[in-house]
Structure formats: structure tokens, C-alpha cells
Design a protein around this ligand. Structure first.
Ligand SMILES: Cc1cc2nc3c(=O)[nH]c(=O)nc-3n(C[C@H](O)[C@H](O)[C@H](O)COP(=O)(O)OP(=O)(O)OC[C@H]3O[C@@H](n4cnc5c(N)ncnc54)[C@H](O)[C@@H]3O)c2cc1C
Length: 376
């Protein structure tokens, strides 16, 4: 069996590794000429270790033990039972690429996926060599699109794509009062439906960011935030992020059942925080299991889908929160909610969701009020 993976990033490389180590012939095509460009600071929960089945030690640049949350007039501090990991994307990709190559996967850079055609059980993939401009055709049994938010594989299979949101992040010199083991989150519903964050990478440098509907808006809001706090900017990181929706998480895309998408290409992103690394890796594991065992990818994705659907539900509620609602939410943390949020990571909402509601039934009223606003 031959598998062609489009996209050498988190989800493509992990899928390639899992398949190659079981003896599958795998080729990964990447349009870039290096791994991990543009640079990106990522914060992930330690669920990443469970999904990878190893600790990506060489990619971890910091560990976050505390999270401070701020609304207009309240604040709360969480002490995480398992620290969040700050990861340098380039190092993580180099690690995954090395594992994939050692397992036998072939990596081809400067090759852009342009389309595919199905001939019986076979797929012919069209690729353009971006150095020479030449077009190549490759025959394969399975095609996997791990080609990000604007997935060309998904579009070639006539899917319309995902609703996208904009994420802007700036690398800054860490303010004097900030601690390297503490990330900070500010809820300011006048500026964004999401939040602003500060993630320390070290004692010296951190990443400040926010998410809004479009890049211009995100850019403008971030600049106001940086100015207000007097933060010195070293560089900007910007991108569009796909939003998970209830209906679909990536089954097969063609009647031949041999074209799939994974990671951002499949919208496998937690829409509360727009984190897509752990969920993309989870999707990759589900896809590799399905391919290796001839199982149904959609079924293998059930656990991830439940997790992402719950995040979507929470996001739909938070989208209608005002400053007062965030004040109420943070004031509730001092009850038993805090213990649950400290115990379970944000990649384990399906484990904590019921406990949160049982511990603090006022969450239902707060959520119902927000949902009612969405209907008016
Ligand atoms: C600034 C920023 C900060 C972020 N921070 C976090 C965070 O803290 N935590 C978190 O969990 N997530 C974070 N995310 C989201 C996370 O980075 C993505 O969810 C994750 O990288 C998705 O990985 P992927 O492998 O699915 O896709 P991508 O990383 O988007 O990779 C797609 C790959 O496919 C290649 N490609 C695209 N089209 C083609 C084509 N036609 N032919 C060949 N190759 C192609 C691209 O060059 C790329 O290498 C952040 C995103 C951004 C932009």
C-alpha cells in the first residue's frame, strides 16, 4: 500500500510516522523548502505526551504551572496539576520528521499539491515542483490532505472549506512583573469574543496574542493592547485558523474511500482556544489506525469529535458573554470549579464538563442567558 501525505507539519508528519513504522510506503509532499516556517510559539497541554506516546522533550522550551485569568473586575489563579508545555514549532516538526524518516517515510520539499484524479482504486496526484515549475504525476493508493486551514486537497474533493478565524501573535520582551512559569489570559469582550494571552517562552521573551474574526481587526486590537501595556514587540506571527463545526470532522472525501484530511485541513481545532496541535495529532492517530486496520476513520474520530463538539458548545456560549458575565464566571472559580479546572486539561473537556456543571449549577443559568441573547 502506498500513501501520499500532503503537508509536512504537525498532523502530516505524525500520520506519516505512524504509518511508516508499520511498514507502509509513505511519501510526504511539502510546498515549503524548510520545515516549520513561519516561526510559531505553541502552548499545548501535556495530553500531547499521551497522544504522541512519548515526551517531545527537545521541542519543549518552557513549562507553565500557573494560569492567571482577568476579567474587568475579577481575577483568578489556577495551579495546573500537569503543566502546560511551551513548544517551538520548528523543533517539534524536526523531531516528527526525523522519526518519520527513520521509519522509512520519504520527504519531498518544494512540491505543491495541485489536484488529483481517481482511476478505479488508484489515485493520480498532480504536484508542481516549485523550483523548476514542472508538473509531476504520482500514482498512490491513499491520499491524505494535512495541508492546513486552506486545504487544497479538501477543495479538490469539492468540500467548501471551513469558517476561518484570525490569530495574531507578537513575540515581546517579557514585562518585569511577569513570571516565566505563569501564563496570563484577559477577557475583554469589547475587543474580542475570545481573549488576549501572554505565554512566557523564557525569563526574557513571551508571546502575546489574540483571536478575532479577521486579520485586520486582530492586528489593530493587538497593537492597541501592546501599546496599552508598553510591551516591546520583537516579531509578529499571523494566520487563519479553521473552526470546527458540529457536522463534520473528516471522513473519507471520495466514493473510492481513499482520500482523507487531517488536522487543520479537517477543522480538528478546539474552538474555545483555537488550539489545533494536540487535536491534530489526535486526528492523525485516528486516521493512521483506520488506514492500518481497514477501519472507518469517522468511527475512530468519535472521541475527538465529542471533545471538539463540547468546545464548540462552550464557544457558542462565550461568544455572547459580556464583561459582567466574565466577572460572574471568574467569581465562580473560587468554589469547587477551580479544583476541576486544575485537575483536567483543556484537551479533556469531555472528562470535566459534567463535573463542572454539577459543582456549579449557576453555569447553566449563565450559559442559558448567553444563548438566549444569541436568539434575540
Ligand atoms: C500564530 C499561531 C499560533 C498558534 N498557537 C497555537 C497554540 O499555542 N497551541 C495550539 O494547539 N495551536 C496553535 N495554533 C494552531 C496550530 O498551529 C495549528 O492548529 C496546527 O499547526 C495545525 O497543524 P497542521 O499540520 O494540521 O497544519 P499546518 O501546520 O497548517 O500545516 C500545513 C502544511 O501543509 C503545507 N501545504 C499547504 N498547502 C499545500 C499544498 N497545496 N501542497 C503542499 N503542501 C501544502 C503547508 O506549507 C504546511 O507545512 C497556532 C496557530 C498560529 C497561526
Amino acid at each position: 500500500m502506498k500513501v501520499s501525505v500532503i503537508g509536512a507539519s504537525v498532523s502530516g508528519l505524525f500520520t506519516a510516522y505512524l504509518l511508516a513504522k508499520e511498514g507502509v510506503e509513505v511519501e510526504v509532499y511539502e510546498r515549503g523548502n524548510v520545515l516549520g516556517w513561519p516561526p510559531r510559539t505553541l502552548i499545548v497541554t501535556n495530553k500531547i505526551n499521551e497522544i504522541l506516546d512519548f515526551i517531545p522533550e527537545e521541542a519543549i522550551i518552557n513549562r507553565i504551572r500557573y494560569v492567571e485569568l482577568f476579567s474587568r473586575s475579577r481575577s483568578a489563579r489556577l495551579e495546573l496539576s500537569s503543566p502546560d508545555l511551551v513548544v517551538e514549532r520548528e523543533k517539534l516538526l524536526n523531531l516528527l520528521a526525523r522519526l518519520a524518516k527513520e521509519a522509512g517515510a520519504k520527504m519531498v520539499f518544494n512540491h505543491q499539491f495541485e489536484g488529483f484524479a481517481q482511476f478505479g482504486r488508484k489515485i493520480v496526484v498532480s504536484l508542481r515542483n516549485l523550483e523548476t515549475g514542472e508538473e509531476h504525476r504520482r500514482s498512490t493508493d491513499i491520499l491524505i490532505g494535512a495541508d492546513g486551514a486552506l486545504s487544497a486537497v479538501s477543495r479538490a474533493a469539492s468540500r467548501n472549506g471551513h469558517h476561518l478565524t484570525a490569530l495574531v501573535q507578537a513575540k515581546v520582551l517579557l514585562p518585569e512583573k511577569a513570571n516565566a512559569d505563569t501564563s496570563q489570559v484577559w477577557f475583554d469582550s469589547d475587543q474580542t469574543k475570545y481573549f488576549h494571552w501572554l505565554i512566557p517562552e523564557s525569563n526574557r521573551v513571551g508571546a502575546v496574542g489574540l483571536i478575532t474574526e479577521n486579520i485586520q481587526e486582530a492586528d489593530a486590537c493587538l497593537k492597541v493592547f501592546l501599546k496599552k501595556r508598553g510591551l516591546e514587540t520583537l516579531e509578529f506571527q499571523t494566520a487563519l485558523i479553521p473552526m470546527h463545526h458540529f457536522e463534520w470532522l473528516g471522513g473519507f472525501l471520495t466514493p473510492g474511500r481513499n482520500v482523507f484530511v487531517v488536522g487543520d485541513a479537517a477543522g480538528q481545532v478546539k474552538v474555545t482556544t483555537v488550539g489545533g496541535v494536540v487535536t491534530g495529532l489526535h486526528g492523525a492517530r485516528a486516521l493512521a489506525t483506520a488506514v492500518l486496520n481497514g477501519k472507518n476513520y469517522r468511527k475512530e474520530l468519535r472521541e475527538l469529535k465529542l471533545e471538539l463538539d463540547l468546545h464548540l458548545l462552550v464557544r457558542r456560549v462565550l461568544n455572547w458573554f459580556n464583561e459582567k458575565d466574565y466577572d460572574s464566571l471568574l467569581s465562580m472559580l473560587d468554589g469547587g470549579l477551580k479544583d476541576i479546572l486544575q485537575e483536567w486539561t483543556r484537551d479533556e473537556l469531555s472528562n470535566s464538563f459534567l463535573s463542572l456543571i454539577l459543582k456549579e449549577p449557576r453555569l447553566i443559568t449563565l450559559g442559558a442567558k448567553a444563548l438566549l441573547k444569541s436568539l434575540l
